[in-house]
Write a protein of this length. Structure first.
Length: 249
C-alpha cells in the first residue's frame, strides 16, 4: 500500500480557461523524491463517502536539489461536474490534500544515447515535459542532444506554459518549441507555429530510427495516431514512449 502524505497548497494560477496550475509543499517534513515525468495520486472521496483518486504529472521545473521545502506543482483540468474539479476549485492557500507517490516510468532513461528527442503532447500532457527542461539542458551539455517539443492546442489561450516554453526555446538553439493549433492560430504567428493536429506535423521533422526517441503524452487518440506515424517512419517500439491522459469525473 503506497504511503499517503499531506500536500499543502501554497499558490495557484489559471493557465487556461479550464486549467489551473497549483503549487503545493509536502507538509510532513519529508522529501518527495521524484524523477521528471513521474506523477502523484491525489486521494479524496465522492459525496457518498466512496474513496477515489486521480493522477497528475509533476510539473515542477526549478531544477533545484529536492528537499522538504521543494514545491510540488501540477496542472489540473476542470471537468464540468467532476468530483476532482469540485475538490480543487474549493482549495485555498493553506488547505491540504492527501497524496501518494511518486509513480510512473515516463522518464528520460540514463542509458539512452539518442541524438534527438521528439516530445509530443496535447493539453496537460505537456506537464511532464516542463519538469524535464533542466534534465534536457543537462543532457545537451553532456552529449549535445537536441529536442523538438510539439504541443497540440485548440487555440493560443490553451497553450499551457506557452510563454515558458517559448522563452526557453528562444535562448537555446538546440530546443525547438512547435505549437500546433487545431482551431485558432496565434496572431502574429511565430515561425515555428503550425496549423492542424500535432500528429500531422510530426512528418515535417523527419523522425529517424537512427537518432530519435519519442515521447507521447496526452489525448489517447493523439497518442495512438502519433504512434502510428512514428512506427511507419521506422522507430522501434521501445523508442516510442507513451502516456495517455483520460479525463474522469
Amino acid at each position: 500500500m503506497p504511503k499517503h502524505f499531506p500536500l499543502r497548497l501554497v499558490g495557484s494560477r489559471m493557465l487556461a480557461p479550464s486549467v489551473r496550475h497549483l503549487v503545493f509543499q509536502r507538509d510532513d517534513g519529508e522529501v518527495l523524491a521524484f524523477l521528471p515525468g513521474q506523477f502523484v495520486q491525489v486521494h479524496f472521496h465522492y459525496p457518498d463517502g466512496t474513496p477515489t483518486k486521480r493522477s497528475y504529472s509533476i510539473a515542477t521545473s526549478d531544477g533545484r536539489p529536492q528537499d522538504a521545502d521543494s514545491p510540488v506543482e501540477i496542472a489540473v483540468s476542470y471537468v464540468t461536474g467532476g468530483a476532482a474539479t469540485a475538490l480543487f476549485e474549493s482549495l485555498s492557500v493553506g488547505d491540504r490534500i492527501e497524496a501518494s507517490g511518486p509513480f510512473g516510468r515516463f522518464c528520460l532513461m540514463p542509458p539512452d544515447r539518442n541524438a534527438r528527442y521528439l516530445l509530443v503532447a496535447t493539453g496537460t500532457g505537456v506537464t511532464p515535459y516542463r519538469a524535464m527542461l533542466p534534465q534536457l539542458e543537462a543532457l545537451h551539455a553532456e552529449r549535445g542532444v537536441e529536442v523538438v517539443l510539439l504541443f497540440g492546442a485548440r487555440s493560443p489561450q490553451e497553450l499551457l506554459y506557452g510563454d515558458e516554453f517559448i522563452a526557453f526555446a528562444e535562448s537555446r538553439p538546440w530546443f525547438r518549441f512547435v505549437p500546433c493549433y487545431s482551431r485558432e492560430a496565434a496572431a502574429p504567428p511565430r515561425p515555428d507555429d503550425r496549423r492542424g493536429y500535432v500528429q500531422d506535423a510530426l512528418a515535417e521533422f523527419a523522425p529517424d530510427a537512427e537518432r530519435d526517441i519519442a515521447y507521447l503524452c496526452g489525448n489517447p487518440n493523439m497518442v495512438d495516431a502519433a504512434f502510428e506515424v512514428l512506427k511507419v517512419a521506422g522507430l522501434p517500439v521501445p523508442h516510442i514512449r507513451r502516456e495517455k491522459y483520460v479525463s474522469s469525473k
